[in-house]
Design a protein around this ligand. Structure first.
Ligand SMILES: [Zn+2]
Length: 489
């Protein structure tokens, strides 16, 4: 069994944050693997809060500490960052997309490490509307402006103390390498022993970790199935999993009561896909601003929405296990029922100028979640204004080029020519086809942006549920500019 040994006590302190956690780990020495770690509720709450982070926050917070992409998301984020402000309807929209709010930030103020952030709230100018918004630009779903700031004193407690955390204070948990979380009480001792039997020499290590390590763990759990080992032990040379994703069927527990007061029409988006017909691989797409508006919207969606909608999603990461663990954790360990539900089914922060009706994600109703905030709505002064149509992120008309890896740039015929030369695909192999992004494809594109490095191919050309790995090896060759005579898929 494990033996404590002071020589192995490591201290990895986060340089930028005094907020550190103690993690007790069992390490299989020969296999260089963290078998499991044990921690208290403070650390587990921070892990659970990963589900509430908008996708843009995941990219922004992790990219400075760990190289490597998360699916196509780093390209998408970088493209929005690099797009000239002139393309946006409002110059504030770009910043809004790069730093979107989480609808759950009022619930995260007491986390020991708050990765979610916080901000002011705004009230709709329509006296009959109770919408509390996270943004003061753009319009409410009812069409009125969201200009009135909600006055709440910074030290005011929004929830009763016993409900103002996610978990009960005494709860303790075990975390496995593939980021499954279990309450200590739920683990039968025999199961643990059987698990440990598989390994040779086992030792116990206690480490202290801070914000940077937590963010590295977040990124590893989106790109590897041995997230603890990859984060806290010296990585073995080839830890990268082969890329392969399977959507699996959609979950049944989603809530789709989307109240859309604005655009009612189910508006499919048309794109022109240019692909290599021999290898069935997308080269790029020529799109209008509506498709890029949709892609921009991906950045605002909370990570947990994807795992809730696709519970059987399988890809090179393991973060779906964390979502399943939240669902599986007994309600008695949560401070209240509502907090568990917020983690399982995270919603969109209200007040975004554009939300695609192709992905039915509900906006959070902050007033109904927090009676303190709701009661202060009436204290705000109402100005009279007339309703306006909700804007979209980008000015129209505009034409863009979207690469298979979701890099987006304004269309230029010269860059297309250079691109095709670089790809070295014979012109006779290139095919052009109009494709339609409907509700089903929109969801696939959302998932593919996280779980695949070839989002367009995966969404529009992949015939099977999963993308063939050989095909991906072949894609690597193309994008590396080293095309050989290989016939991939
Ligand atoms: Zn309103």
């Amino acid at each position: 069994m494990a033996s404590s040994n002071k020589d192995f006590i490591e201290v990895i302190m986060g340089e930028y944050s005094a907020k550190t956690f103690s993690l007790k780990m069992l390490v299989a020495k020969e296999e260089n693997k963290v078998i499991m770690a044990e921690s208290d509720k403070d650390f587990i709450e921070v892990l659970f809060s990963f589900m509430l982070m908008p996708i843009a926050s995941v990219v922004r917070n992790t990219r400075k500490w760990l190289r490597g992409d998360i699916g196509c998301l780093n390209n998408l984020y970088g493209s929005v960052e690099n797009l000239k402000t002139d393309y946006f309807e409002d110059k504030m929209f770009q910043n809004m997309l790069l730093r979107p709010r989480s609808a759950a930030d009022i619930h995260c103020q007491n986390l020991k490490l708050n990765l979610i952030g916080s901000g002011c709230f705004y009230v709709c100018e329509n006296v009959n509307c109770r919408v509390i918004s996270c943004y003061n630009i753009g319009n409410c779903q009812c069409g009125f402006e969201l200009k009135n700031k909600l006055n709440i004193s910074p030290h005011e407690r929004l929830f009763p103390e016993e409900e103002d955390s996610f978990l009960k204070p005494t709860a303790r948990f075990i975390i496995t390498d593939e980021i499954k979380v279990m309450a200590v009480a739920d683990m039968a001792d025999l199961t643990v022993l059987t698990e440990l039997e598989k390994y040779g020499k086992i030792e116990e290590r206690v480490i202290r970790i801070g914000e940077i390590e937590v963010l590295k763990l977040l990124k590893r759990s989106l790109t590897s199935r041995t997230s603890l080992s990859d984060t806290f032990l010296k990585p073995t040379n080839n830890s990268r999993e082969p890329l392969c994703m399977k959507y699996g069927p959609e979950g049944m527990n989603r809530s789709l009561n989307v109240k859309d007061f604005g655009i009612k029409i189910w508006s499919n988006i048309h794109i022109k896909l240019i692909f290599d017909k021999v290898n069935n691989v997308a080269l790029y797409a020529v799109v209008k601003e509506d498709f890029v508006n949709f892609l921009c919207g991906i950045l605002t969606i909370p990570l947990g929405y994807i795992f809730n909608r696709f519970p059987l999603l399988s890809f090179s990461g393991c973060l779906g296990n964390l979502h399943k663990s939240i669902q599986g954790t007994d309600i008695s360990l949560f401070s209240c029922k509502k907090r568990k539900q917020i983690l399982i089914n995270p919603k969109l922060a209200p007040g975004l100028p554009y939300s695609s009706n192709l992905i039915a994600i509900e906006e959070a109703n902050i007033a109904s979640e927090c009676s303190k905030l709701e009661s202060s709505i009436s204290k705000c002064r109402y100005n009279s204004s007339t309703p306006n149509r909700r804007k979209a992120y980008l000015k129209e008309p505009a034409t863009f080029l979207v690469m298979d890896n979701l890099e987006v740039k304004p269309l230029s015929p010269i860059s297309v020519k250079l691109l095709l030369d670089k790809m070295m695909v014979p012109l006779s192999d290139i095919c052009e086809k109009e494709m339609i992004l409907d509700g089903d494809k929109a969801l696939r594109l959302l998932v593919a942006s996280l779980a695949s490095e070839h989002a367009l191919t995966t969404t529009f050309l992949s015939k099977n549920e999963h993308l063939n790995c050989d095909c991906l090896d072949f894609l690597q060759l193309i994008w590396g500019g080293k095309r050989t005579g290989l016939k991939g898929c």
